[in-house]
Design a binder for this molecule. Structure first.
Ligand SMILES: [Zn+2]
Length: 204
């Protein structure tokens, strides 16, 4: 089922722009070619909410191309930066929701700020990327749980591979808290046999 889920235009656009920010347009072109997605070179989708045939698994194809070209360590660094860029672009492209969230969070305690942001982002993310992210809490720890993660579709690995989402969640939490006093880590990954990709957010 997950193989046929599509991303809306602006969601896939944000991903390509975020990769551009890290490796430049030529780098992105090489990655797209390696990923079997050369049709997107110089043809990024428009910034709207229509469906343009961008499959969820394209995210995983792009990530794997990055592992192929840069190795695991290189890919990890690039993907985390890409994820932070994606959070930044996502905040800009969803400006109305983002300003409302920031305003609502203004006087809230740190923990509640993060909860509000993760809940809102999970809703928008799920809608735009065709998945169903849930947020769980245990004390001061939050979990972002994605049962249809697009980063690792059809991928098998002993270790977690979804570094983009680690960077994405990091970018969101840093944006709302305006500091870096927290940690984000992928603690379970579908590529490594888990039922959901699960990311832990620990506040400092
Ligand atoms: Zn994943």
């Amino acid at each position: 089922m997950s193989e046929n889920v599509e991303l809306v235009n602006k969601a896939f656009r944000v991903i390509l722009l975020a990769i551009d920010d890290v490796v430049g347009p030529h780098g992105t072109a090489a990655i797209l070619r390696q990923a079997g997605l050369a049709q997107y070179i110089d043809h990024y989708p428009p910034s709207d909410s229509a469906y343009g045939g961008h499959q969820l698994r394209y995210m995983s194809q792009i990530n794997r191309a990055l592992f192929d070209i840069y190795g695991r360590r290189g890919a990890r660094a690039i993907l985390q930066r890409e994820g932070r860029g994606r959070a930044r672009n996502g905040i800009e492209e969803n400006g109305r929701v983002a300003s409302a969230t920031k305003l609502a969070a203004k006087l809230l305690p740190r923990r509640t700020k993060v909860k509000l942001t993760l809940d809102t982002a999970a809703r928008e993310y799920s809608e735009q990327l065709g998945t169903h992210v849930s947020i769980a809490e245990e004390g001061d720890v939050f979990f972002w749980q994605d049962p249809q993660c697009g980063n690792c579709i059809d991928w098998q690995s002993e270790q977690p591979v979804c570094f983009t989402t680690v960077g994405f969640i990091h970018g969101l939490v840093a944006w709302i808290l305006e500091d870096e006093d927290f940690k984000v880590e992928e603690v379970a990954c579908r590529a490594a046999g888990a039922a959901v990709c699960r990311y832990r957010v620990v506040l400092g």
